[in-house]
Design a protein around this ligand. Structure first.
Ligand SMILES: [Fe+2]
Length: 148
């Protein structure tokens, strides 16, 4: 296994960790959001954790497909994620602001994954993260419109 391939697998595991932290955070926000936008955000956060669940399985199975081992415990996810967990004291607006920040972080890390995957000739992994990027950029735009 080349160094570049090991680097790609490490970066994929970092994204797997990020999506697991985000999956729990989105549930936290889904349950604890309150105020006049409750119904809108409660539903939006559910849509997003459902999307996150899809990415978690896709990324993990891609790691297995290309010869790696996906992280599969909560402690590993917390140790490898670049995202912070929910604090439990966010109001609705702070929840949205935090998610925009998390999405921006994942988008910029996904660009890195795409570059490394393309250098490896792994177009499938690159395409997967391009799809994630397209979706997150759209969600970020919607949240920014909400915050305006
Ligand atoms: Fe629910």
């Amino acid at each position: 296994m080349t160094n570049e391939h090991v680097q790609l697998l490490d970066e994929l595991n970092m994204q797997l960790a990020n999506w697991n932290v985000l999956y729990t955070k989105l549930h936290n926000y889904h349950w604890y959001v309150a105020g006049q936008d409750f119904f809108t955000l409660h539903e939006k956060f559910e849509e997003l954790y459902t999307e996150a669940a899809g990415y978690i399985d896709e990324i993990a199975e891609r790691i297995l497909t290309i010869g790696g081992k996906p992280l599969a415990t909560l402690s590993d996810y917390l140790n490898h994620s670049s995202l912070k967990e929910a604090t439990g004291s966010e109001d609705a607006r702070e929840m949205v602001i935090n998610l925009v920040e998390d999405f921006n972080a994942i988008v910029s890390e996904s660009k890195e994954v795409i570059e490394v995957a393309e250098d490896q000739g792994d177009e499938v992994t690159a395409d997967m993260f391009t799809g994630i990027r397209v979706s997150l950029e759209k969600h970020s735009w919607m949240f920014r419109a909400y915050l305006h």
